[in-house]
Design a protein around this ligand. Sequence first.
Ligand code: GLA
Length: 505
Amino acid sequence: MKTWKPALLALILGTALTAPAHAAPPAGGWIFDSSPDMPGFRRVVVGHDASGWHGTVTSAWYGDLPMQSVRTDGDSVVFQLFNGNKNVPMSDIVLKPEGDPKGGYVRMTGRLWDSTFDITAHKGTPEALKALDFPADPLPPHRVLAPRNLAPTPPMGWSSWNRFADAIDDRSVRQIADALVASGLRDAGYVYVNIDDGWQGKRDATGRLQPNAKFPDMKALADYVHARGLKLGIYTSPGPKSCAGYEGSYGHIRQDAQTYADWGIDYLKYDLCSGEAFYHTAETVYATYQAMGEALVATKRDIVLSLCEYGRFDVGAWGRDVGGNLWRTTGDIEDNYASMARIGFDKNGTPNHTGPNGWNDPDMLEVGNGGMTHDEYQTHLALWAMLSAPLILGNDVRSMTPETLDLLKNPEVIAIDQDKAGVQGLPAKKDGSVEIWTKHLADGSTAVGIFNRGEAAANPAITWADLGLKPAKIRDLWNRSDVAVDNGHAFVVPKHGVVLLRLIP
Ligand code: GLA
């Protein structure tokens, strides 16, 4: 049906038209009556000048989100919001006047990430609007921190996220610590017990962050973990909210670092999450990670700093400068071959940045979580070892199959990962779906991974001279046995599998 434009309607009726309140888009400041928790909409301020309509929507997760691509459509303002991440799924968001034209309220509808909303806001007084100002969290001036030599080899341990997400509690963490000891994994090198997202509660009157009810006493938990020869890790975000929506460290960086030190924490994963709305340039991301690096230094406790900003802004080039000991090079791993291979083979960071005390981190392990075959998990572990990647277990170590445990505990594979030269292995040769990776080790030997990325078994014939190698002895690291040394060798590599060798000159 055709809609009559008001002016046209006035002409037809032969009357002077006074625009009803509804005919124009809603300028002014409005306070939301409700909001989905994510992103916690609080206030919308919208207006126009010679350059057109513009405004901001303030949210608990992201602070002030500028309206983008703003246009009007009849009496509605239509826009998108920018939260620092151009890949965030989002619909057009529509702000429309509703209700009694005198008092008036507005309705905002749309979708951002997983939140679909249809919410109303009433006109705010200047004082009420002001009270919803999002506080600024000033960033420090640019500095380069002194080296923090807390991770001479890639950190090894366990983290709650891949298997448990935020369904984690004090009791399970204690059981995991016990299982790491009983299974021999601690003695194999896996010493960090890292609580990922989901431990955070609320801040007390002094602003000090409390754990939630699932973690009654963090200090006692740290004592328990330390008494078993293990170390305790924790997790936070520079943003107001963590990725799972828990309290972040925005505005409390120093205080939170001190709280962790007081509890006896040894490792901190610092995950950008909602901070991406505040820090979406190379300079501001650097500055907010620097702020936490400096806060950890100020505690005088040795706390390994794990940067998690998904590899943005070439993090490897400056991760050490902000006090980081490892830095994620990618988005999140999933427990399937395609995800693991994409991360491990194709997005493994820049090799010259990795090395003692600063490691490219292609994310935590999925070995033992059930989504890959044994051959694929061997590839996962072998790739991470070739990359000198942190080995942070992501499975339930309380109930592993013997096969999983054997894989994770293999000392000759761990030795490749933990080699003190800290070199990042790289592909030396590609032949169809077969990739041959080499990694030079501190004792002059070379680790060789013959990876088959194809869908059927492969029979590559390898000549050591092709790889520039002249081995006097060859170890097969899965079978833990010697391989006959000749000029080369024909291998059978299963689909998605790997033959992993150490060539000793
Ligand atoms: C992000 C990180 C993950 C995990 C979750 C927790 O997605 O990349 O490793 O820490 O947050 O919410």
